[in-house]
Design a protein around this ligand. Structure first.
Ligand code: NAD
Length: 497
């Protein structure tokens, strides 16, 4: 465990961003850096230095050297570190949530929720002794006097490259499974929100994993590409936008690595004539405007089927216009700022284009101004008359914008849902079992919610999308994670004396 680090800026937020390699905090040798900015105020919280090729190489060598001893540590002993990590993270929830809210902009309640979802994966990975048994097996006398076994083995150094929108949860989709199964691990978090990882790694440091088992390198695209091409990296997990996911998938695969790359999304919700509209509306509002729309499960297009439309529209407008916009650390806030001014400009561009293509503004959040803060705010926006040929119906919005569309029947609605290149998630609101069955069967998405607006699976189920939302085959979390992080070797044996 390295020495207690100094706290600055506020009790929860660090004003410096270090790497964590071989059990030590180190400032990366760097030629590039970037400020970490509070998106609600524009205040600079810290500077993140981008790790150079040499720094990344040093981290990979360190993780590689730690692998043999860690692999030989019994799995039941390995998971003891995770039991401790769960406690350390739980003790720090408020501290991490405050830092996360400051650097990302989401509300503290949302930040707490995401940390708990991350910890859930630590808990699931504590079951690794049993998880590694599944898929293994023995058959005696496959031939006379010959036995055959399938045994799971770890592979070496794995890395995960993560996005800005869930800075605490997404690293924990990977870290616990990678190390519990006997691999060593390097996290490269988003350079936009590196402070949450600092606090997660303070918890890692407190657990006192053997040096080099769990490492952190900060940086940008060059840092990522160094990891993707490094000979001693066995596998890569990625979560981010689809063009980068595709690049990561292709580059890592070309360099002989296992890779799972989760990309962007475009998720529709459908509200049937058989839905409980009043119950559905809070779910839809939470999905679209929660996290300021910056989530890969946001249902940013909502299709009303037949006669449900008018009632649905009225209730959605009523709920959306009453949402409170502000800084995430402010208790009343329900919609925080967008991560950067560029993101805000991109969302404004999508709205402008939708209007040019014939959509109509019902709620206009474009000119929202906070009375005290100069952040990247957008007020809740609601468009109607959206059709599938519009850009806004096909591209991920990642902002607090709800697009209303209409369909004559469920068949037409399902065609609309399947019209995009993405396949991450989709939700249906109905009380009809047969409609729900048709939807589950015909919608081409990795995660389907029935009367559920954010269909995020628990840690013991896999999580991943289809089509341009995912490149690879084994997804994150649960059993898929064990398959990703281990190789099943066949061992056939006979004895002569
Ligand atoms: P991003 O693709 O810009 O960045 C993700 C990571 O890739 C970061 O760590 C970044 O440093 C790195 N990166 C960026 N450009 C790179 C390049 N050219 N070469 C190599 N590495 C590069 O994504 P983001 O804006 O941080 O996150 C938002 C996106 O993530 C959205 O599209 C969202 O849908 C997606 N996302 C998907 C899931 C999922 O489960 N499918 C979950 C969360 C977020």
């Amino acid at each position: 465990m390295s020495e207690q680090r100094e706290r600055a800026v506020s009790p929860a937020v660090r004003d410096h961003v270090d790497n964590y390699v071989g059990g030590e905090w180190t400032t990366p040798a760097s030629e590039t850096s970037q400020p970490v900015v509070d998106p609600a105020t524009g205040d600079e919280l810290a500077t993140v230095e981008f790790s150079t090729v040499e720094t990344v190489d040093d981290a990979v060598q360190t993780a590689n050297e730690a692998f043999e001893e860690w692999r030989q540590t019994p799995v039941a002993e390995r998971v003891q570190y995770l039991f401790d990590l769960k406690t350390e993270l739980e003790d720090r929830i408020d501290e991490i949530a405050t830092a996360l809210s400051r650097e990302h902009g989401k509300t503290v309640a949302e930040a707490r929720g995401e940390i708990k979802r991350g910890i859930e994966n630590v808990e699931v990975a504590c079951g690794m002794p049993n998880m590694m048994r599944e898929g293994s097996g023995n058959v005696e006398d496959v031939a006379s006097g010959m036995d055959e076994h399938a045994v799971r083995q770890p592979l070496g150094v794995f890395t995960a490259i993560t996005p800005f929108n869930f800075p605490a949860m997404i690293p924990l989709w990977f870290l616990p499974y990678a190390v519990a199964s006997g691999n060593t691990f390097i996290l490269k978090p988003s350079e936009k929100v590196p402070l949450s990882s600092q606090l997660i790694f303070e918890a890692v440091d407190a657990v006192d994993f053997p040096d080099g088992v769990v490492n952190l390198v900060n940086g940008g695209a060059e840092t990522v590409n160094t990891l993707l091409e490094h000979d001693d990296i066995e596998g890569v997990s990625f979560v981010g936008s689809s063009p980068v996911a595709k690049h990561v998938y292709e580059t890592a695969a070309e360099h002989g690595k296992r890779v799972q790359a989760q990309g962007g999304a475009k998720n529709y919700a459908v509200v049937s004539e058989n839905a409980e509209v009043e119950e559905s509306v809070p779910n839809i509002i939470g999905s679209v405007y929660g996290n300021a729309g910056q989530r890969c499960l946001a249902n940013d297009v909502v299709v009303g089927v037949g006669d449900v439309y008018d009632n649905l529209r009225e209730q959605l407008v009523d709920a959306a216009e009453n949402l409170t916009v502000g800084a995430g650390v402010d208790e009343e806030t329900e919609v925080g700022p967008l991560i950067t001014d560029d993101s805000r400009e991109r969302v404004l561009g999508l709205i402008e284009n939708a209007l040019e293509e014939g959509a109509e503004l019902v709620l206009d959040g474009r000119d929202f101004e906070h009375p005290e803060l100069d952040g990247n705010f957008l007020g809740p926006t609601l468009l109607e008359g959206v059709t599938t040929d519009m850009e806004i119906a096909q591209e991920e919005i990642f902002g607090p914008v709800l697009c209303l569309a209409e369909a004559e029947d469920l068949d037409e609605a399902i065609e609309m849902v399947n019209s995009t290149k993405y396949g991450n998630a989709s939700s249906l609101y109905t009380e009809s079992g047969s409609e729900a069955r048709q939807y589950r069967y015909e919608v081409d998405a990795g995660n389907i919610g029935i009367n559920v607006g954010v269909c995020a699976p628990m840690g013991f189920f896999h999580f991943g999308g289809r089509k341009a939302s995912f490149f690879g085959d084994l997804h994150a979390q649960g059993e898929d994670a064990v398959n990703f992080y281990t190789e099943k070797t066949i061992q056939i044996e006979r004895w002569y004396s």
